[in-house]
Write a protein that binds this ligand. Structure first.
Ligand SMILES: [Zn+2]
Length: 265
């Protein structure tokens, strides 16, 4: 270990420079160790990753409370957890989409479905849109491909929108300007939601069961992070669940709109 910081020449009193924060321990020089170090840096994984994931899954609200109240060093950052969860969610969506269009080859009832947690939405393709598609010479199979592409294109907007809307909703529901607490809670809650939803889509257990588990989790997390009584927490949890359902419906209807516009244009 050097006596002075190689970055700013300040005398070192420990591993990290007190002036600029640089780590005085160099990255490994060997090829294999360097590759592992690089990979760990890219996915941000160290002991904090699995520990944080466990806490997120098993202890509702613990991570958010620790983060909001300054106990942060032992945990992975909330944005990092959220990115891992969304990467997983994206991967699952590619194999088993969360929204889909079921064509009815016999009749003309083409049904769109969307499913996230306890929220399920369904739309029928409006007759006017069907006529417009026929006029544009677009087959339903082509339209289905366009719809899948549109749904995937809007997915990042949905993922970010869920966090922003939840943060805003928390500020309104609690009438508090503690934005850090709201944002961290929103990131953790959304990450947990995506993880469970992805697992459900892969394993295929009933959405009612997941809805129940998530609602109980949200209640406990809310009480831990914001305090207050059961009734207040219950009402607020219900608002957050409804918010997710509304955004899911928006996702499906926006994808339908975009697919129709693409077909007509
Ligand atoms: Zn320094």
């Amino acid at each position: 270990m050097a006596d002075t910081c190689p970055n700013c020449d300040t005398l070192l009193a420990g591993r990290y420079c007190a002036a600029c924060g640089q780590d005085s321990v160099d990255p490994p020089r060997g090829a294999r160790a360097l590759a592992g170090w690089f990979l760990a840096g890219v996915i941000g994984a160290d002991a904090r990753g699995p520990r944080s994931l466990r806490a997120l899954l098993l202890h509702p609200g613990r991570l958010s409370l620790d983060w909001a109240e300054g106990r942060r060093a032992r945990w992975a950052g909330p944005v990092q957890l959220y990115l891992w969860a969304t990467a997983f969610f994206f991967g699952v969506h590619a194999i088993r989409p969360f929204v889909w269009l079921r064509l009815d080859p016999e009749g003309d009832r083409h049904l769109f479905r969307g499913s996230l947690g306890a929220a399920e939405v369904g739309f029928e393709l409006p007759p006017a849109a069907l006529a417009a598609l026929a006029e544009a010479g677009s087959s339903m199979v082509q339209f289905q491909l366009r719809f899948d592409a549109a749904a995937a294109a809007y997915l990042p907007v949905l993922l970010v929108g869920l966090v922003l809307a939840t943060t805003l909703c928390l500020a309104l529901l609690t009438l508090s300007g503690d934005w850090l607490r709201h944002a961290v809670f929103a990131l953790h809650w959304t990450a947990l939601y995506f993880l469970w939803e992805g697992v459900r889509r892969l394993v295929g257990f009933p959405s009612e069961l997941l809805g129940l588990v998530l609602t109980v989790y949200l209640l406990l997390a809310f009480r831990r992070v914001y305090g207050g009584g059961w009734v207040g927490a219950g009402l607020r949890a219900a608002v957050l669940v409804i918010l997710f359902a509304v955004l899911l419906a928006l996702w499906v209807s926006s994808a339908i709109d975009l697919a129709i516009r693409l077909a007509g244009g």
